[in-house]
Structure formats: structure tokens, C-alpha cells
Design a protein around this ligand. Structure first.
Ligand SMILES: *Cc1c(COP(=O)(O)O)cnc(C)c1O
Length: 399
């Protein structure tokens, strides 16, 4: 065998996603998994029934149309209109994908040339780095810093070069829970217009905003035709295993993304597309209840984490809380998360792995609160042991 490494240079260093690593650790140790963001209760029963009916009635069991079934594309367009006043043509401006993950990948592969620069917030959602790399482009991080994780807009402006092709946004932002404000979005939109940049915006947490509301950048002047907006059913309807996502944008952008998408999965999740079309038409009360339930869980977990000794950065959106472990005299989030299952039977995610800047997120740990209340209470009770064990096992680490 030649000495040449098997994994190509573009993927070098991407390894196993932290979510797989930490979920495996949760299973192996029987820990409470507050790492990977998936709810422990399924979404609405009638939507699950709609999926089952679709399978049994032979709807979507064979290859659905490449851009997605018309019912779902229409439902996505109606949702964008109803929630944000954005008008999209279901035939030419909506594309159904295998989750938001495929939409992100297809957008990067379709819109980037090798050598192009992509500016994205760090900490990055981990597929961004991989997709930018697979497209042969370069990621340029705009670092979000504790305690409030607001983007530094002067710094953003300074990061734009003649090679910058695209801004990859994520609001509400995973993992920090930061939600871009209308003022921030306007400043970003102005910059995109001035420097003629494309915008790809990942809005999978659009319905999980607790403060200030969600505002799509595509609705701002000059943005509609330079923006690909991505979302998915996973987080909004608590069916993360269905992997039904979508992208909306102008016909030429969507045609470009569809070209790449055709050769990734071609199509996916036929019967689930029918069910998600129904889900998107649920009454406003569904979305309100989702939000108020999660707000209560956020506060339950935040209080519990504070009581256990963490520094807590209260999120404005998403179902994640970022914390800092410095109060325990610890500094290395990855090492902390590796030993957390042994120490108290809880799994969390080190934010440090989502930063290029090794110092920026070194002591940050993310917990999810999309779990049943008693699971959250049990987890924080377990974490309360940590104060003691941190002092007992690592007295020298405090400095
Ligand atoms: C969960 C998540 C995704 C992936 O969504 P799927 O629809 O499951 O592919 C994309 N972006 C962010 C920020 C996420 O948290």
C-alpha cells in the first residue's frame, strides 16, 4: 500500500463529528445525553399519522419529483408568506432537500469556486466547515465572543476581500443561541449589496426564538435575489430523523442549488414530504406552544446549570445553552466533556471544537434542553455533584 493518506486533503482534520462521538459515549456509559440536539418526545401525532398514511397509501414510496413534491413546495411557499410576508413561486423558487444538511452542502458545492472565501460565524455548525472544504473554498471566521456573542460588524466589513463570494449566516445561532437583531441584519444586508455577495442563511431554528422574534434577511431590500434561505422540519416539528429540508431563493439560485442536489441524493423521504406539507400548515397555536414549552425548559435547565456552578449564557433562541466551566477551575471543554459521563453521568458538547480560534471557545460547553422536564431535572441534579468532584479530583487545575 502506498504511503499516500486515504482521506483527501480537503477533508483532512474533519474526522468524526463531535455529535456522533459524544452520543456514542452517552450510549456506552448510560448517561443522560444533553449533547446532540434531538428531542426525546416525537412531534405531533397527527403528523406522524400522515406519514404512516402516505406510506400505506402509496404516496411517495417511489422516487418523488426531483425538486420535491408540489404539495410540500406549495406549503413551504405559503409558510414563508404567512410568517414573513415573503413570496416564492413553488415551482421555480423552492427546493426540497434531505434535511437542511443537504441544502447547505448543495449550496456550497453549487455556488463556490475553489479559492473563494466564505465568511461564517464561529463557533460554526460543524457541517459548514466540511461543506466549504468539500467545495474547495476557504472559510473565514467571524468570531462570536461570550458573554453575548454579538457579531462585530466592523470586523465583518474588514474581513470582506475581493475573493469573498458568500456570507454563510445562521440565525438563531447554534451553538450560542444568539439571534441577529433587525439592525444587525440590515447592516449585513447593506454590506452584501455593496460588495455584491451571496448570502446563504441557515434558519432551522426560526420557530425557536424567545427574545425579539425571527427576521429573515431575505426580506430586506436588495436581498431576495442574492439569498438562499434554508430551513427544515427536524427542529420545528420534532422529527429530526425524517430529514426533510428546503431552500428558497430566486429561480437562478435555486436552479444552481438543485443542480448540485440532483447528484447528491437526487430525492429523499417521499412519504415524509406529504406529512411535512401538513405540518407546515398547522395553526399558529402549534408554533406558540412549541416556543413556550421550550422557553420553560430553557429556564429550568439554565437555573439548574447555574445552581450546579456553571456560568450560563442565556440563549435568545435555539434549544441549546452555552456555559463556561471556568468556575470549576477547569479550562478545557473537550477534556471536561470526555470525563463528564464518568464523573456524573451526563453528556454535553464542547463548543471549543466549533472554533478555529483555539482560545475563543476553549472553556465553553453546550447543553441541550429539548428533553422532558424530569430528564432535565435529573441531569442538573447529577451535575450538582460536580462542584465537589471538581475540587476533589483536580485541585491543581484552579490556577
Ligand atoms: C440541526 C441543524 C441542521 C441540520 O438540519 P437537518 O434538517 O437535520 O439536516 C442544520 N443547521 C443547524 C444550525 C442545525 O442545528
Amino acid at each position: 500500500m502506498s504511503a499516500r493518506p486515504l482521506l483527501n486533503r480537503r477533508l483532512n482534520g474533519l474526522g468524526t463529528t463531535i455529535f456522533a462521538e459524544m452520543s456514542a459515549l452517552a450510549t456506552a456509559t448510560g448517561s443522560i445525553n444533553l449533547g446532540q440536539g434531538f428531542p426525546d418526545t416525537d412531534g405531533p401525532r397527527e403528523i406522524a399519522q400522515a406519514a404512516a398514511d402516505a406510506v400505506l397509501n402509496g404516496r411517495g414510496n417511489q422516487y418523488p419529483p426531483g425538486p420535491g413534491i408540489p404539495e410540500l413546495r406549495t406549503a413551504v411557499a405559503e409558510h414563508q408568506q404567512r410568517c414573513y410576508g415573503l413570496t416564492y413561486d413553488p415551482d421555480s423558487e423552492v427546493l426540497v432537500t434531505a434535511g437542511a444538511t443537504e441544502a447547505i452542502a448543495a449550496a456550497m458545492l453549487a455556488l463556490l469556486e475553489p479559492g473563494d472565501e466564505v465568511i461564517a460565524f464561529e463557533p460554526f455548525y460543524d457541517s459548514y466547515a466540511a461543506c466549504i472544504a468539500m467545495a474547495g473554498a476557504t472559510r473565514v471566521p467571524l468570531t462570536l465572543r461570550a458573554p453575548d456573542f454579538r457579531p462585530d460588524l466592523d470586523r465583518l466589513r474588514a474581513l470582506v476581500t475581493p475573493r469573498t463570494r458568500l456570507l454563510l449566516l445562521n440565525t438563531p445561532h447554534n451553538p450560542t443561541g444568539m439571534v441577529l437583531t433587525p439592525d444587525e441584519l440590515s447592516a449585513i444586508a447593506e454590506l452584501a449589496c455593496e460588495r455584491d455577495l451571496l448570502v446563504v442563511t441557515d434558519e432551522v431554528y426560526e420557530h425557536l426564538v424567545f427574545t425579539g422574534g425571527h427576521h429573515p434577511i431575505a426580506a430586506l431590500p436588495g436581498m431576495r435575489d442574492r439569498t438562499v434561505t434554508i430551513s427544515s422540519a427536524g427542529k420545528t416539528f420534532s422529527f429530526t430523523g425524517w430529514k426533510v429540508g428546503w431552500a428558497t431563493g430566486s429561480p437562478d439560485l435555486i436552479a444552481a442549488v438543485r443542480t448540485a442536489k440532483q447528484y447528491l441524493t437526487y430525492v429523499s423521504a417521499g412519504p415524509f414530504q406529504y406529512a411535512v406539507a401538513e405540518a407546515l400548515r398547522l395553526p399558529d397555536s402549534y408554533f406558540t406552544t412549541l416556543r413556550t414549552d421550550l422557553l420553560r425548559k430553557r429556564d429550568l435547565l439554565a437555573d439548574g446549570l447555574r445552581a450546579a456552578g456553571f456560568e450560563v449564557y442565556t440563549p435568545q433562541g435555539t434549544y441549546f445553552i452555552t456555559t463556561d466551566i471556568t468556575p470549576f477551575g477547569e479550562k478545557d471543554a473537550y477534556a471536561f466533556c470526555r470525563t463528564l459521563p464518568e464523573r456524573c453521568g451526563v453528556v454535553a458538547i464542547p463548543n471549543s471544537v466549533f472554533y478555529d480560534d483555539p482560545d475563543a471557545g476553549r472553556s465553553q460547553v453546550r447543553f441541550t434542553f429539548c428533553k422532558q422536564d424530569d430528564v432535565l431535572s435529573d441531569a442538573t441534579a447529577r451535575l450538582r455533584r460536580l462542584g465537589g468532584s471538581a475540587v476533589l479530583t483536580s485541585p491543581g487545575d484552579a490556577g
